[in-house]
Design a binder for this molecule. Sequence first.
Ligand code: ZN
Length: 528
Amino acid sequence: MSYMALYRKFRPNGFDDVKGQEHIVTTLKNEIRTGRIGHAYLFCGTRGTGKTSVAKILAKAVNCEQPVNGSPCNECQMCQKISSQTSMNVVEIDAASNNGVANIRDIIDEVQYSPTEGKYRVYIIDEVHMLSSGAFNALLKTLEEPPSYVIFILATTEAHKIPITILSRCQRYDFKRISIDIIAERLRELVDKEQTEAEEKALRYIAKTADGSLRDALSLLDRCIAFYIDQKLTYDNVLDVLAAVDTEVYSRMFEYVAAANAIGCISLIDEMMAAGRDISRFISEFIWYLRNLLIIGASAEGSDMADISSEQFPVMQEQAKRVDADILIRYIHILSELLNRIRYSAQKRVLAEVDFIKLCRPQMDEVQDLSTIISRINMLEQKLEEGIAINSDANSKLEESETAQRNVFSKNDDTPKILPKAVPEDIKAVIGNWQKILNQCDRVEQTMLFNAKKVVSDDGDLILQFTDSVDEGYFRQDDNKQLEALKSVISNMIGKDVSIKTRTISYEENEKFVDLSQVIHFEDVEYK
Ligand SMILES: [Zn+2]
């Protein structure tokens, strides 16, 4: 019997098999149950989050002869034909390779004829952002007046590249990254079905590595199982197959850095390279380790958010106690920047070694700088407690926007906390959900956001304010790719699109602003 990849073998058949997208699944099931089916859907989200799977289930459900509670029955003739891909009613198009006007015209010609069987003809256009502008125009005409028996499902990883005219005609659904817990749970189900033994820790590691994509998790699991066929899947095996490194190594690396032991760092890098580990991966995971230390240091019960095993937690807790948050942020900063640089470099190892030496080298000017920062923060906090407005330079360019910020502090301590009028409701909702939003961002993005101050502009826009253009550049690179990703997480979370800008200003100027998180808390925000 030939081996079938897990993600093919265990494609979800019904809405209830779809993991981690309950908000979308519930809405779609309700639409089908009540017969209020749309004609154009837009499915957005990162890869491997279930967009095409849900599209196929939806295509089946609308054609199913006896849908069960909004899901396809998978037994009737239509369901079976669609499952075996022999029905003319479901057409899948990959816009990456069929992006021209002619491809869309073919569809439009076909659309004239009503289906000979079933109720709906469903066109699933994957990677729709790849269509040429001519193709989008051609598609637009059909989207404006679609025949009653036609449904378009457009899927994309890059919604911001889709013309607004198309967007406005679609029901938009944003697919979330899937949490480590949900992915690990799904992996457990599958290995049980496959009767493969696997350690919990091994599955969790795969889930974490997949970074929100269930499909990636399944193909990683495939690789591991194929490598150790008919054996129990252990944590060590998984590390080997994925060329990854055990947490204990990161713990050692942290100790070397903290002790300013450059030789230790270099020899550990040497050890990793000799074992065939990938240096970029090593650095990105070490950043994750530092980020976890930062979280543990910041809260008493950080282990949930930090996704750390119970045996590892006390070690990290002790490490977190020994190091200042500012210093951790400095490490994360240097390493994130390193990660960007080595991506395209042939000298990965040398660059890495240089930066680890940089981490170890105690710099007097930096130390002084740090203490200045800390004393400034202390001063600011004291003023906050006293409810005194913060002074600014008279000739400050940012004078006006500061007014909005300062309003926050002009309240007397005894009065009940009133949210400043200057902060629009949408932004309050964003700030109130900030931690949840962070949880859905990828690692590097989280790190970068640690360095951002959230403030409100004069026009009532949310601004991410940086003091280092490298941080801002991260969100601006590749046509604002990361900024758009963040916006999509936010609109998912609060159900609205929020305009976000970024800017880099001097450290001095930045000091005058107070991060909105300090004045708006979750309890203050009315939850929808
Ligand atoms: Zn059916």
